[in-house]
Design a protein around this ligand. Structure first.
Ligand SMILES: Cc1ncc(COP(=O)(O)O)c(C=O)c1O
Length: 442
C-alpha cells in the first residue's frame, strides 16, 4: 500500500502524508457495550484485576529495593495535578479555546524509571520473576514478597532482553537489575546517549543499532529466542506489558475521586497520551474505557514525522504498515515516539476504542516544554510534551470539532470536562540535557 492508495481510501490521510499537524478521527470507534464482549476475550476485567493484585503483592519487595517508594508503601504511582497556569498560557499563546479543567498526569515523575513505560515494563519483569520463583518452589502468592530481595543468586541464572527507544529499556533494565536478572537492552539509533549511559551505570548490557526501533526489537527477539534462559519483553505485542499499563486506570479513578472530580455523561473525561509503538497509551486507554465506557474519550498523540499508530489503525494494516509507506522518514526528536511501525496488539484491540490521533510538529514539542516549565515549573521530556497538542487541537481542527458534535460533547459538557495531558517521561533527564532542550527550536 502506498501513499496514494492510503489517501484514496481515507482523504484525511493527505495531511498525514504531508507531515502536517492534524487531527485524525477514528471512524471505527464504537459504543463500549458493542465491543465489550469481544475485547474481554483478549484482555478481560479479571486480567486487569489480576495485574493490579500482582503489583500489590510486589509492594514489599519494591519498598525494600527502592526506598524512594517508602512513602507510597511500595506502589509506583504518579501525581495527578491541575495545571491552570499552563491551561491559560496555552490558550493565550496559541489563541486556543481549552474548555473544562486541564490536569497533568505525571508519569514523567514516576518513581524508579521516570516514565510511563515503567508501568508495563516493571510489571512484566515482576511477573516473570514471580513465575520463575513459584515454578521453582521458592515462593507462594501468600508469602511476603520482600523475600525476593534475597534471591538474587537464583535470578542471576536468567536473562531479560528488550528492544527499546530508551524508556522501556530503562524500566526493564533498572527493575531487572534490582531483581538480579542479567539484562540486555537492544537500543535503536534514536535512543539518547544519556539513557544508554544511565543503563550501563546499572550494570545493564546495552547493544546499539544504527537502525530504527523495529530492527532493535527484531534483533532482541532473535537473540532471546536463541537462549532458553532468556525472556524477551516484546513491546510490539506483549499482553503483560499491556496489563501493566491498563492497571493505571483504577489508580487514576481513585485520584480523580480524591480531587472530587466526577466522570459521567455530563462530565466527560478526555485523555491525550503520546504514542510510540502504542503500548503505553493503548493499555492506559483500554483500562480507562473499561472503567468509564463512553464517558472517556481517549486520544493518542504522535509526532507528525512518525504517526505509526494512526496509520496502523486508519489503514487496518496494523503492524504491517510503516510510516515509510506514506512517504515519511520517521525521524523525530521525540525519541520515545520514534517507532515506524505500531504494535500489532494495540492497533487491533484499540481499533474500536480509540477516539483518534492528534499529530504534533517537532518545534511545538519544545515550545510546550518551555511553556510548562515557565508556567508551572514542571519539566517533562520532548516526547511527553506531545500530549499538549491534544487539548490545543480539540476545538481547532474541524474533524475534531465534528467528533465533539457527534459524541455529545456539547459546549456545556465540554465546560464540565476534565482534560488530562498524560506526561510520559522526564524525571531522569540530566541537568545539562534540560539546558539543551530549553534552547531547542527557539
Ligand atoms: C516518554 C515517552 N512517552 C511515550 C511513549 C510511548 O509509549 P509506547 O511506545 O508504548 O506507545 C514512550 C515510549 O518509549 C516514551 O518514552
Amino acid at each position: 500500500m502506498n501513499a496514494e492508495s492510503m489517501i484514496a481510501a481515507d482523504p484525511a490521510l493527505r495531511a498525514v502524508a504531508d507531515a502536517e499537524e492534524t487531527a485524525w478521527i477514528n471512524p471505527r470507534l464504537l459504543p463500549f457495550d458493542m465491543v465489550d464482549g469481544l475485547s474481554q476475550l483478549v484482555v478481560s476485567d479479571a486480567d486487569i484485576a489480576d495485574a493490579a493484585a500482582r503489583l500489590q503483592r510486589f509492594a514489599p519487595f519494591i519498598r525494600r529495593a527502592f526506598p524512594e517508594t517508602e512513602e507510597t508503601n511500595g506502589l509506583i504511582e504518579s501525581p495527578l495535578r491541575p495545571i491552570p497556569k499552563m491551561q491559560q498560557r496555552l490558550a493565550a499563546e496559541y489563541h486556543a479555546v481549552i474548555p473544562g479543567r486541564l490536569l497533568l498526569k505525571m508519569d514523567s515523575h514516576l518513581a524508579i524509571a521516570g516514565s510511563v513505560k515503567a508501568r508495563g515494563g516493571i510489571y512484566e519483569v515482576l511477573k516473570h520473576a514471580e513465575d520463575l520463583a513459584i515454578g521453582a518452589g521458592l515462593l507462594t502468592i501468600d508469602d511476603d514478597y520482600g523475600k525476593l530481595a534475597d534471591m538474587r543468586d537464583f535470578f542471576a541464572r536468567y536473562t531479560m532482553q528488550v528492544g527499546s527507544t530508551g524508556n522501556l529499556g530503562m524500566s526493564i533494565g533498572i527493575m531487572s537489575a534490582a531483581i538480579g536478572f542479567r539484562v540486555c537492552v537492544h537500543m535503536s539509533a534514536d535512543a539518547k546517549a544519556w539513557k544508554k549511559n544511565l543503563l550501563r551505570s546499572h550494570g545493564v548490557e546495552v547493544i546499539e543499532y544504527a537502525d530504527d526501533y523495529s530492527r532493535a526489537v527484531a534483533e532482541g527477539r532473535r537473540a532471546s529466542d536463541a537462549d532458553s534462559m532468556s525472556h524477551f519483553v516484546d513491546d510490539e505485542k506483549s499482553v503483560d506489558l499491556f496489563l501493566g499499563y491498563a492497571a493505571a486506570a483504577e489508580r487514576l479513578a481513585a485520584q480523580l475521586a480524591g480531587l472530587d472530580i466526577t466522570v459521567d455523561s455530563e462530565h466527560p473525561l478526555i485523555v491525550y497520551i503520546p504514542a510510540g509503538v502504542g503500548g503505553a497509551p493503548g493499555g492506559v486507554s483500554y483500562g480507562l474505557r473499561r472503567l468509564y465506557h463512553d464517558n472517556v474519550h481517549c486520544f493518542f498523540v504522535e509526532p507528525a514525522q512518525c504517526p505509526s499508530v494512526l496509520l496502523g489503525v486508519a489503514t487496518q494494516r496494523y503492524e504491517q504498515v510503516s510510516v515509510h509507506d506514506i512517504g515519511i522518514a520517521g525521524k523525530t526528536d521525540a525519541d520515545g515516539l520514534a517507532c515506524a511501525s505500531p504494535s500489532s496488539l494495540v492497533t487491533r484491540i484499540m481499533t474500536n476504542h480509540m477516539a483518534g490521533v492528534f499529530t504534533v510538529s517537532e518545534a511545538h514539542l519544545y515550545d510546550y516544554l518551555r511553556d510548562l516549565n515557565a508556567s508551572e515549573g514542571i519539566r517533562i521530556e520532548p516526547s511527553s510534551c506531545a500530549s499538549f497538542a491534544g487539548p490545543l487541537g480539540l476545538l481547532r481542527f474541524p474533524d475534531a470539532r465534528a467528533y465533539c458534535a457527534m459524541h455529545g460533547l456539547t459546549p456545556e459538557r465540554l465546560g464540565n470536562a476534565t482534560q488530562i495531558a498524560w506526561a510520559t517521561g522526564g524525571r531522569l533527564v540530566p541537568e545539562e540535557i534540560w539546558t539543551e532542550y530549553l534552547a531547542t527550536y527557539r
